[in-house]
Design a protein. Structure first.
Length: 299
C-alpha cells in the first residue's frame, strides 16, 4: 500500500497552499483512500500545487476567482473564472499547480487514491498512471455524487461506516475508469458465495456487530478480493455488505430495546456507536422511528 495510506492523522503528499494560514482542512484516511475538505477563510491571493505518487480527484463545491490559472502537466493552462461544480483529475506523478485571486471563499473536496488498488484486482482495474489522462474542470454526475458522499464521511465519528466507505471507494474507482474512457475487465463470475463462505462471513458479522468491520476483513474470510467479495455477497444475500451489517445491528438493537432495564444509551454503546445521536440517526433511517419512539410502541 502507498505510504499515504499508512498515516492516520494527516494526509501526506497533500495539495499545498501558500500562504497556508488562509485555509482550514479536515481529513480522513481509509484503506487505499484519503480525503480532505478544504475551505478558504480569507479573500487573499494564494498559490497551490501538488506532485505525488497518488491519483487526485478534485471536486470544487465553490470555485470563483477574479483572476488566476490552473495547470496540470500535459494539459494547457486554464483561466476559467467560475469552476463551481467542476471536477479535476490528476494522475499519479503529474504536477498540479495554480494561483488565484478569489472572488468567493472556495470549498473543495480532495480525494487521494492509492494506485496500488488494495480493494480491487489490479488486473481488472488498469489504474497505473500511464493509462489515465489528466482532466481539468469537467462534469460527471456519478463521480460528483460519490465525492459528496465521501465528504460526508470525513467528519463522521461513527466508525461502523468502514464497510460503507470501502464500497464508496470501489464505486469511485469504477466511475473514474469510465470517466477516463475505460471499462473494467470485470472478469468476476456473476455467481454468489459458496455455502461455506456465506456461513463464515455471516457468523463473523453476527459476532462483531459492536465492532467496525472492513470489506477487506470479510473478503479475507471468503478468500476473495474485496471487489469480488462485495459482488458475490450481494448476489447471495440480496444486500451489499454494509447494508446487511447495518440491518443486523438494527435488528439486534430492537431486541435490546425490548428490555426495559437497558437505556437507549446503553444499547447504542453496546452496539459500537460512539454517540447516542449516531445510533438514533441509523435506527431512524432503517425503521422510520427513533429508538425511544420504537420502545414506546412495544409497551
Amino acid at each position: 500500500m502507498s505510504e499515504f495510506c499508512r498515516l492516520q492523522t494527516s494526509v501526506p503528499h497533500a495539495v499545498t497552499f501558500t500562504p497556508p494560514e488562509i485555509i482550514t482542512r479536515r481529513s480522513a484516511i481509509w484503506t487505499g483512500l484519503a480525503a480532505e475538505y478544504v475551505e478558504l477563510t480569507h479573500h487573499a491571493h494564494f498559490q497551490y500545487g501538488m506532485s505525488a505518487p497518488c491519483h487526485l480527484l478534485i471536486a470544487s463545491e465553490r470555485g470563483e476567482r477574479y483572476d488566476g490559472e490552473t495547470s496540470i502537466e500535459g494539459l494547457p493552462r486554464s483561466t476559467l473564472r467560475n469552476f463551481s461544480g467542476k471536477l479535476t483529475f490528476v494522475p499519479a506523478g503529474h504536477k498540479f499547480d495554480g494561483w488565484q485571486k478569489p472572488r468567493a471563499l472556495s470549498r473543495v473536496i480532495y480525494l487521494y487514491l492509492d494506485p496500488a488498488l488494495p480493494l480491487v484486482p489490479s488486473s481488472e482495474y488498469p489504474f497505473e498512471a500511464s493509462s489515465l489522462k489528466p482532466r481539468l474542470f469537467f462534469e460527471d454526475k456519478a463521480l460528483w455524487q460519490t465525492a459528496l458522499k465521501l465528504k460526508a464521511q470525513i467528519t463522521n465519528t461513527n466508525t461502523s461506516n468502514r464497510l460503507y466507505v470501502d464500497a464508496l471507494n470501489i464505486a469511485l474507482l469504477h466511475e473514474l475508469l469510465i470517466a477516463n474512457g475505460k471499462t473494467p475487465t470485470d472478469a468476476v463470475s456473476h455467481g454468489g458465495l459458496a455455502g461455506w463462505q456465506e456461513r463464515r462471513v455471516i457468523e463473523y458479522i453476527e459476532s462483531n456487530l459492536n465492532q467496525p468491520i472492513s470489506l477487506s476483513e470479510l473478503a479475507a474470510i471468503a478468500r476473495l478480493s474485496p471487489f469480488h467479495f462485495a459482488r458475490a455477497f450481494k448476489h447471495s444475500v440480496g444486500l451489499p455488505p454494509h447494508h446487511y451489517h447495518r440491518a443486523r445491528r438494527i435488528e439486534r438493537a430492537k431486541a435490546m430495546l425490548a428490555m426495559p432495564e437497558r437505556s437507549v444509551t446503553e444499547v447504542a454503546l453496546s452496539l459500537g456507536f460512539s454517540e447516542t445521536s449516531s445510533f438514533t440517526a441509523a435506527f431512524r433511517k432503517t425503521t422510520g422511528h427513533t429508538p425511544t419512539a420504537y420502545r414506546r410502541q412495544m409497551i
